[in-house]
Design a protein around this ligand. Structure first.
Ligand code: BG6
Length: 474
């Protein structure tokens, strides 16, 4: 099938993984700024942020990252050569509100002004995530993060500033990155530090409710600002398959899918699904919903469903499962024997993208938008400077084919944004070596390197894909 000529081919990054300049021009601290690499204890710090707040781990990859803050013009020039039509990034909330509240920081605002101007100049549509694992650390310290309802208004103050300032430059907005991640990594998703003796579920589902209300009100604000803005939600997607045809396994997969769909059901359909009651009961959650919340959710559904897809997932309870676990990057999944895995343990399943897209589209009947998909792998720079990442080409090709198959099935999809167009710091491990880009960045896990940018073999391949609007993929 032929894709529409305005299909949004592109690439995606996130502020905290690429910008660096972590305290420059008045920026405040973000959660990532206190997380080291996996070698230095990132997992401990992610899941026990109370330690990260106290401890000195020595090296923090987000502090310098790939220095996009100073090199964005050069980087966007490369992306223009790549041919991308859409560039997804996030705004660092702590660059705009260093303390999370008060007066906005003009220097931070100016940075994004010129970044979006540069995108326009290079004929790229910016796609902007308002909060990508990036609730200012000041709000963790003062309010305890999203568990506190006060965050709704602070987020809306931030949105008001963004829509007013950038409403003419940015059409596509995403309210929260991977909103379902809040139940898996509350510090990333909600800036929350939860004590061992607390009811984690009570806190995260209450925090999620605050985000859902905030997201709905942000959608309303985007619509009311008169610039024709489109606001989407964003899911860490990847359908769960049942481990076997044992009905117990099938039910387990249904439940796991519902754990994620719960969020998008609210954002797309405007109300909590009936199974939410079961989840809350099982987890001893008593949701504190204020008068008017239900109406806010009902009246302000999102315009499109953005999602990341890296892999399908597998669930079951059959007795022979013992130990068959794969690395789901924070979302627990069983090892699927039919799939290969990446060097970082993620299962590779292009067909799963077709399945996931069909699931999401059937469920919501709203346009989908693939805003992250890619392969994290170590790349080797050869003596002649070439980087022959055929594995990345193969991964991306197979996923684009699966996307096209889903579109032939009838799914409407606005675009495909590869994660990431340029190498950056991994969110899960803090490593540079886990590279996703079509553009190589000379920086290692310890922060050494010249930061020079180099085109990988996949750069030229993706360039052809975009040029031919997805027709030439060999
Ligand atoms: C998504 C996130 O979960 O996956 C990104 O939105 C992240 O921020 C990406 O970088 C890949 O995961 P990782 O852990 O390999 O960087």
């Amino acid at each position: 099938m032929k894709l529409n000529k305005d299909f949004l081919w592109g690439g995606a990054v996130a502020a905290n993984q690429c910008e660096g300049a972590y305290l420059e021009d008045g920026k405040g601290l973000s959660p990532m700024d206190i997380l080291p690499t996996v070698q230095l204890g990132r997992k401990e710090a992610m899941y026990h942020p109370e330690l990260a707040l106290e401890k000195d781990y020595g090296y923090y990859p987000s502090h310098g990252a790939i220095d996009f803050y100073h090199r964005y013009k050069e980087d966007l020039e490369l992306m223009e050569q790549l041919g991308i039509k859409a560039f997804r990034t996030s705004i660092s909330w702590a660059r705009i509100f260093p303390d999370g509240e008060g007066e906005p920081n003009e220097a931070g605002l100016q940075f994004y002004d010129s970044l979006f101007d540069e995108c326009k100049k290079r004929h790229m549509e910016p796609v902007v995530t308002i909060c990508h694992f990036d609730t200012p650390l000041a709000l963790t310290k003062k309010y305890g993060g999203w568990g506190n309802r006060a965050l709704i208004n602070l987020y809306l103050d931030y949105c008001r500033v963004l829509f007013k300032r950038y409403g003419k430059k940015v059409k596509y907005w995403i309210t929260f990155n991977e909103i379902n991640m809040i139940t898996h990594i509350p510090f990333f998703g909600g800036g929350m530090v939860i004590k061992e003796d607390e009811n984690v579920s009570q806190i995260v589902y209450q925090a999620a409710h605050h985000q859902l209300v905030a997201s709905a009100l942000a959608v309303k604000m985007a619509h009311e600002c008169g610039e024709g803005l489109l606001a989407g939600c964003m899911l860490a997607a990847g359908s769960f398959y049942p481990y076997s045809c044992n009905p117990e396994d099938v039910w387990e997969a249904v439940e796991k899918n519902q754990d994620s769909y719960l969020f998008i059901d609210v954002q797309a359909r405007g109300k909590y699904p009936s199974y939410a009651q079961r989840i809350w009961k099982e987890k001893r959650v008593i949701l504190n919903m204020k008068d008017g919340d239900e109406e806010i959710l009902r009246c302000n559904p999102v315009d499109y469903i953005a999602f990341s897809y890296y892999s399908s997932r597998l669930a079951g309870v059959s007795p022979d499962i013992n130990g068959k676990v794969a690395d789901g990057n924070a979302i627990y999944t069983l090892r699927n024997p039919h799939l290969d895995i990446t060097p970082w343990g993620r299962q590779i399943d292009p067909m799963g993208l077709r399945i996931t897209m069909n699931d999401l589209y059937d469920r919501y009947q709203k346009p989908l938008f693939i805003v992250e998909n890619g392969l994290g792998a170590a790349d080797k720079v050869e003596a002649d400077g070439s980087i022959n990442d055929d594995y990345r080409i193969e991964y991306t090709r197979n996923h684009i084919k699966a996307m096209k198959a889903a579109m032939e099935d009838g799914v409407i999809c606005l675009g495909y944004l590869a994660w990431s167009c340029i190498d950056l710091v991994s969110a899960g491990t803090g490593e540079m070596d886990k590279r996703y880009g079509f553009i190589y960045v000379d920086r290692d896990n310890d922060g050494n390197g010249t930061l020079e940018r180099m085109k990988k073999k996949s750069f030229y391949w993706y360039q052809r894909v975009i040029e031919s609007n997805g027709e030439e993929m060999d």
